[in-house]
Design a protein around this ligand. Sequence first.
Ligand SMILES: [Cu+2]
Length: 285
Amino acid sequence: MRIGTAALRSTITISLAGLAAALTGTAAAAQTEGGLPHPWGVGLQNMATELGRDAASFHTYLVWLIALISLFVAGLLVAIVIKFGERQNPTPSRTTHNTLLEVAWTVVPVLILVAIAIPSFRLLREQLVIPKHDLVVKATGFAWYWGYEYPADQGGGFKFDSNMIEAKDLKPGQPRLLAVDNEMVVPVGKVVRMQVTAADVLHSFAVPAFGFKLDAIPGRLNEMWFRADREGVYYGQCSELCGNGHPYMPITVRVVSEAAYTQWLQEAKTKFASTGAQPKLATAQ
Ligand SMILES: [Cu+2]
């Protein structure tokens, strides 16, 4: 089902763009495999990071656990209605205590909570204990766009703003409400230490295919990390209701090879220096 849809989507993308000859198989796959929602999609996006896959499997585990508990409780209710209704059971028992039952209905929920807590804390630790990073990117939420900063000691030394592309200006292949003018670019297979803050109101930096979501809070620097394990374009959105521009501040992360990243860094240094775009970080205070 998933493979079928992916194949269909890549066929549509290629024929629409008319780029079948230009695109290699892998490039086409990377584009369509990439993180963005698709019509009639069910479930989470194809994860492009280990953290994302771990979060997704924890999600699946919880869904099964919840389903079993719900079925059990529903089953009990049905059994009680049938077995202990007035007609079947005209003289109700006056039993008020059953030690074994009381111990069981205390201990079993505790065990269930422990079974949730252990993988939950393991995942949280995995997300928040940042391994040795290869680069740092700082994202700042503004009303209503994102700003990115690549520190000088990481080969960067520039900042830029990333605004949504209006529907009328979209090029083929650019998704509506998700594509931006200046993309955040990171190398594939590298640990990216992501710092997230906000300049004005609460925002949230979220890229579903990375299993990444982190609150952007004015005056506070939150950190998390990701390591994208395949190239492609991954889309996200601000995930905190931040005002009337909330749906119009998307996130585009382009994951490229290390060589392409080095080249982008060089170009970006010139591009974002020449625009003279002053960072608006100062307005945070
Ligand atoms: Cu926002």
